[in-house]
Design a protein around this ligand. Structure first.
Ligand code: SF4
Length: 380
């Protein structure tokens, strides 16, 4: 769920096992506002993001709008345009953290969204709920474009109905000419997600996707920055999959130098996935990484506010944007014991959230984390 804390909108995983162990409690009134507490002490006001009005509508072909796209954060429309993935269907190739098939199996979404459906929903979301940008992600199809063609069609369908900036997210396509085609179709920003950076970690956490090498991603980043511009290309880095902090920092520095925004998020272990029992990174772990990367971003002029659309602009799944301040970057963290992710390294910053609507009733609603929601934008 999305909530606003001290002016920042954050996505809060509430259905993970780790959420149940969080020491943080949210007492929320019927108006959706309340306070976050720990050990009985009030820490901050909190307000839930209201359910958007476009959720009550259906497409001309009778599909409820929330099966096509969802509100993310405060003002982002997010859709998984293709809800199937060649990686996911082979269990020994699937990304261990991914739940792309769960919402489809549960009937909460459709397998393929059309450009017309997305245009219709985006227009209504902008008009009724003040949506300001769009994130389109995709499962990976077998075709060599890796979904770029359908993403381009969907961006075109949205731009035909409403003038909203669009981010597309896919694996690197075989032919980098797809970047120009996506740009021409109305894609404003592009995400290609490394997720992890060390070869062994990638092979273990995402055996299918790891077949596309880190080197290939960097070739794609270079080509994409030439088309979309500095700061309009981004990549997810998921802390907690096993990469050493030094590896995440090295990769981030290299990405920033070439104009790519490293969108660093903590792992959110999703029930039902192979990574469900993995401990998320601690708050200290995340804070130290953010404190190093944030100033580097600021000094390179890659601020999230300048990203036209998508996750880096939204920022609700990461604390990084809050660290984008000028100044000296913090010293790189040690790679010693303090950085070892263990089962004890529960997410201190990922705040747990027991909620209470009525006095005397405390229902344990799980963690309040700047954590990334069910496999990034794959929430539809
Ligand atoms: S950062 Fe991306 S995945 Fe997270 S809420 Fe925002 S748009 Fe959705």
């Amino acid at each position: 769920m999305a909530a606003t804390l001290r002016g920042a909108t954050v996505m809060i995983p509430i259905h993970t096992d780790q959420a149940a162990a969080s020491p943080f409690v949210a007492r929320i009134g019927r108006d959706g506002a309340g306070t976050v507490e720990r050990d009985g002490r009030e820490l901050a006001p909190i307000a839930l993001v209201k359910a958007p009005r476009f959720y009550a509508l259906s497409t001309k072909d009778g599909i409820p709008y929330p099966k096509i796209a969802l509100l993310h954060g405060a003002d982002v429309l997010a859709s998984t345009v293709l809800q199937t993935c060649i990686r996911y269907t082979e269990r020994d190739k699937a990304c261990t953290f991914c739940a792309i098939g769960q919402s489809l199996a549960a009937g909460r979404t459709t397998a393929k969204k059309t450009p017309e459906q997305l245009g219709e929903v985006a227009e209504a979301a902008a008009r009724l709920d003040g949506v300001r940008h769009v994130t389109l992600t995709t499962g990976t199809p077998r075709s060599p474009d890796r979904g770029a063609a359908h993403l381009a069609d969907c961006a075109r369908g949205i731009k035909a109905r409403v003038d909203l900036p669009v981010q597309a997210q896919c694996e690197p396509p075989d032919d980098f000419a797809w970047f120009e085609r996506m740009r021409a179709a109305g894609v404003d920003s592009l995400g290609m997600h490394l997720e992890a950076v060390e070869d062994e970690v990638r092979a273990a956490a995402m055996p299918g996707k790891a077949e596309v090498s880190v080197a290939r991603y960097f070739e794609a980043f270079e080509a994409a920055v030439r088309v979309f511009g500095r700061g309009q290309v981004s990549t997810y880095l998921i802390a907690g999959l096993g990469d050493a902090p030094s590896s995440l920092l090295d990769a981030s520095e290299r990405l920033i130098a070439m104009g790519v925004y490293p969108f660093l998020v903590p792992l959110v272990p999703i029930p039902g996935t192979p990574a469900a029992d993995r401990a998320p990174p601690s708050g200290d772990f995340m804070r130290a990484l953010y404190a190093h990367i944030g100033p580097l971003l600021a000094r390179a002029g890659l601020r999230s506010n300048d990203v036209k659309a998508g996750c880096a602009r939204c920022g609700a799944c990461s604390g990084l944007s809050g660290f984008e301040a000028e100044g000296r970057a913090a010293a790189p963290p040690d790679t010693g014991a303090a950085w070892t992710i263990t089962s004890e390294s529960s997410d201190d910053a990922s705040v747990q959230l027991p909620a209470c609507a009525d006095a005397g009733h405390v229902s344990r609603v799980p963690p309040l984390a700047p954590g990334h929601l069910l496999r990034r934008a794959r929430a539809v």
